[in-house]
Design a protein around this ligand. Structure first.
Ligand code: ADP
Ligand code: MG
Length: 382
C-alpha cells in the first residue's frame, strides 16, 4: 500500500472510531480467483462478533492475506459480501470502511519522528491537544517506545519500526482492526511481549480484531476463535479448545496439535463411544463421533502427543519400546516404536519432565476416549 493511501485512509475514517468499541463483521461466500487460474479464496463465510479476536491461521499460500485484503478493500472479490456493523461495505473504498490496518510491511512516514507518526491519525481527527498527548504517550509507553519518541524511523530497528506501526493503528482505536502477520519480523521475546500487549489492548478497548498468522502458537495465545485455512477454504472456525479437542479434519488435528495418526478400523460403535482396532493389534476407545460410524470402516485415530499417557508394558492400546527422549524445558518429548501385527511409524508423546522413561524401556500407551478423534481413511470430501 503506497504511503499516499495510508494518508487518505486515516483522513476519511469515521469519527465514531474514537469511541473505540468494536463492531461485528460478517463475510458471506467470498471468492477470489487471480488471473492465471489460482482460486485463492473459495466460498469463505464467517460471522465475527463485536469485540472478538479472530485469527486466520494457515500455511503460506492458503489465502489468508487475500481474504484480509478483500475485507480491507484493497482487493476486489469476484463474488460474496462483507458487512461491518450492519453496513454492506463490499463496494466501498478502503478508507470508507472504518477499519484499521497493520500489515506485514510497516509504512511509516520517514520525515516524521516516532511521536509524530503515532500522533498523525489523531491530528487528522482534530483530537484535542491534551487528549492527543495522553493517548500518544500511553500508546508509546505500552509498546516500550517512550525513549525513542524523538527518533525518525531510519534510526530504529525493523522490530521497533513495526511497533511504531502498531501504535499508529491502535492509537485511534478503530472499531475493527486488521493485522497481517504484524509480528513476523520480530524476535521471539519481543513477539511474546507484543502478543500480550495486543491482547490486553484489544480486551481493554473491546476492539474487533482480525489477525493473520501462520504460527499456531501465536494464534492460540491471541485468539477467541481461529479459522484454520487450507487451499482458500476454512477447514474449521472454532475456539482454540474446540480445535484441539474436536478437530473436524485430520489437517486441523495435525496443524494445531501435531497429532499422532494411528491406522485401524472400527470394531464397535455405540451411542457414546467408538472402539478402534488398531493395525498394531490393540484396542483404542474414542468418544462417539460422526467421522467413522461405519463398522469395519478403515480409519485413522488422532491423539495429540500431550494427551498420551505412559502405562505399564502390556497395558493401554499398545506397547512399544522407547526410542528417543528429548528434554525441552520442563517438558520431555518421547518417541515410542509400537510392537504389533503391522509395523507403523513411531508414536510421539509429550510428558512432564519428571515422568520421563529411558530409551530401550518397554512401555504401554494410554489415552482418554475424549482425547481421541477418529477420521475416515481416506478422508472423505476433500
Ligand atoms: P497467504 O497469505 O495465506 O500466504 P495469499 O492470500 O497471499 O496466501 O495467496 C493465496 C494464493 O493466491 C496463493 O496461491 C498465491 O500464490 C496466490 N496469489 C496471491 N496474490 C496473487 C496475485 N496478486 N496474483 C496472482 N496470484 C496471487
Ligand atoms: Mg500472507
Amino acid at each position: 500500500m503506497p504511503e499516499a493511501d495510508v494518508m487518505s485512509d486515516l483522513s476519511h475514517s469515521a469519527p465514531a472510531a474514537l469511541t473505540g468499541s468494536g463492531k461485528p463483521l460478517s463475510v458471506t461466500r467470498l471468492r477470489k480467483r487471480y488471473r492465471g487460474g489460482v482460486t485463492a479464496v473459495d466460498e469463505v463465510s464467517m460471522e465475527i462478533a463485536a469485540g472478538e479476536f479472530v485469527t486466520f491461521l494457515g500455511s503460506s499460500g492458503s489465502g489468508k492475506t487475500t481474504t484480509l485484503m478483500m475485507i480491507a478493500g484493497f482487493c476486489e472479490p469476484d463474488s460474496g459480501s462483507i458487512v461491518v456493523g450492519g453496513n454492506d461495505v463490499t463496494r466501498l473504498a478502503p478508507q470508507k470502511r472504518g477499519l484499521g490496518f497493520v500489515f506485514q510491511q510497516y509504512l511509516l512516514f520517514p520525515h516524521m519522528t516516532v511521536w509524530e507518526n503515532v500522533a498523525f491519525p489523531l491530528q487528522l481527527r482534530d483530537t484535542p491537544k491534551a487528549e492527543l498527548r495522553r493517548r500518544v504517550g500511553e500508546t508509546l509507553e505500552m509498546a516500550g517506545l517512550s525513549a525513542m519518541a524523538r527518533r525518525r524511523p531510519r534510526e530504529l530497528s525493523g522490530g521497533q519500526q513495526q511497533r511504531v506501526a502498531l501504535c499508529r493503528a491502535l492509537v485511534y482505536r478503530p472499531p475493527v482492526i486488521l493485522m497481517d502477520e504484524p509480528l513476523g519480523a520480530l524476535d521471539k521475546k519481543l513477539r511474546d511481549q507484543l502478543q500480550t500487549e495486543i491482547k490486553r489492548i484489544q480486551q481493554e478497548l473491546g476492539l474487533t480484531v482480525i489477525y493473520v498468522t501462520h504460527d499456531q502458537e501465536e494464534a492460540l495465545v491471541l485468539s477467541d476463535r481461529i479459522a484454520v485455512m487450507r487451499d482458500g477454504r476454512i477447514d474449521q472456525f472454532d475456539t482454540p479448545r474446540e480445535l484441539f479437542e474436536r478437530p473436524r479434519t485430520p489437517f486441523v488435528a495435525d496443524f494445531l496439535g501435531a497429532a499422532n495418526f494411528l491406522p485401524g478400523h472400527i470394531e464397535e460403535h455405540t451411542a457414546d463411544h467408538l472402539l478402534v482396532r488398531l493395525d498394531t493389534g490393540g484396542l483404542l476407545k474414542a468418544r462417539a463421533q460422526q467421522a467413522a460410524s461405519v463398522a469395519k470402516a478403515p480409519v485413522r485415530a488422532a491423539v495429540q502427543p500431550g494427551r498420551l499417557a505412559l502405562r505399564p508394558a502390556g497395558e493401554g492400546f499398545c506397547t512399544g519400546t522407547v526410542e528417543t527422549v528429548t528434554y525441552v524445558g520442563t517438558l520431555v518429548r518421547v518417541t515410542v516404536r509400537p510392537e504389533g501385527a503391522v509395523a507403523t511409524g513411531v508414536v510421539r508423546l509429550e510428558l512432564p519432565a519428571g515422568r520421563a522413561p529411558v530409551p530401550g524401556e518397554r512401555v504401554g500407551l494410554g489415552a482418554e476416549p475424549a482425547d481421541v478423534s477418529v477420521f475416515a481413511d481416506p478422508e472423505e470430501g476433500r
